[in-house]
Design a binder for this molecule. Sequence first.
Ligand SMILES: [Zn+2]
Length: 95
Amino acid sequence: MPASAAATRHISENDLEVYALDPLADATPIEEHLLVCEECRVRLVGWDEYVGAMREAKVVPNRVWCSGRPVPRSVLALAASCRAVLFYFVDELDH
Ligand SMILES: [Zn+2]
């Protein structure tokens, strides 16, 4: 984002997400805009909370992710049960 646009255009959701993920990266135009725009600061707080929750969730052991979302344990249990039944019938067909 050019410096002149930094003061007039709001930061895109993608840029806010990237900034929330790595605030140490070179993001001078974003930081300049954040100095003057309360709306984007509020949106950044939302992204900070989201990124923090995602980082915290990734340390939960045995968590399986699909398309960026955690898979409920009940779905994993159902999948394991279906696999066991399938293996049983495949084994029966061999005999
Ligand atoms: Zn803004």
